[in-house]
Design a protein around this ligand. Structure first.
Ligand SMILES: CC(C)(COP(=O)(O)OP(=O)(O)OC[C@H]1O[C@@H](n2cnc3c(N)ncnc32)[C@H](O)[C@@H]1OP(=O)(O)O)[C@@H](O)C(=O)NCCC(=O)NCCS
Length: 183
């Protein structure tokens, strides 16, 4: 029997952007509401999620958004960006690295393999591009995600500030070199 999981590349249209904005707001809230103040969370949600914001991401030629659908419902997504500057010195030119900017699974579906499926597709995109490495930022206290990334061979290489409302947090930069590519 074929798997009911379907991973597809999101289309760059307003309907998809609207759906993605709601999914992003939901999953970010599920993940981080308990560890932040309501004001800081609300400020971040307002600046990070909205149909126009997600539409701009979908239309960015460097970005690809992957949607994970189960039983006709989108229950996870990943946003990746080629030519990322994450972890590079200020002012450095964009490098041949792909950044996983967002990777989220709806709470009820966590631990059921969707994260792994999304990650595999993101790594396929990286392999198909000219990228020599995959990078991402993860909150220093998000140990569940850190353990997940480590299982895929990511290693901590630095840190970067992440502003959530008024709160400046510490994200760890994780990196995975791609086999056979000079980096
Ligand atoms: C991080 C996240 C995307 C992982 O997705 P997931 O669907 O839960 O992970 P999967 O079920 O695909 O697990 C894949 C593998 O990682 C392992 N894994 C998952 N969570 C793990 C954990 N906390 N510790 C160790 N291993 C873990 C699983 O056991 C599985 O291994 P297996 O294939 O050998 O069985 C998901 O937990 C999530 O959405 N978390 C909330 C949002 C978040 O923190 N995003 C990252 C922001 S940087």
């Amino acid at each position: 029997m074929s798997s009911p999981l379907r991973i597809s590349i999101a289309k760059a249209n307003l309907a998809t952007a609207t759906r993605l904005a709601a999914l992003g707001r939901q999953t970010f809230t599920e993940t981080f509401a308990a560890s932040n103040t309501p004001d800081n969370l609300a400020a971040y949600l307002a600046e990070a999620y909205g149909p126009d914001i997600q539409l701009a991401q979908l239309q960015d030629p460097d970005c690809t958004c992957l949607l994970a659908d189960m039983q006709g419902q989108t229950v996870g997504y990943a946003l990746v960006q080629e030519n990322s500057t994450l972890g590079l010195p200020e002012g450095a030119p964009a490098a041949r690295q792909l950044e996983i900017k967002q990777l989220y699974v709806v709470e009820d579906w966590i631990g059921t393999g969707l994260g792994k499926a999304l990650m595999r597709r993101a790594l396929d995109i990286a392999q198909a591009s000219q990228a020599t490495a995959v990078v991402l930022g993860v909150w220093e206290h998000n140990t569940r995600a850190q353990a997940f990334y480590q299982r895929f061979g990511f290693r901590e290489v630095g840190e970067v500030a992440f502003k959530l409302g008024e709160d400046v947090q510490r994200d760890l930069i994780y990196r995975k070199g791609l086999a056979g590519r000079a980096s």
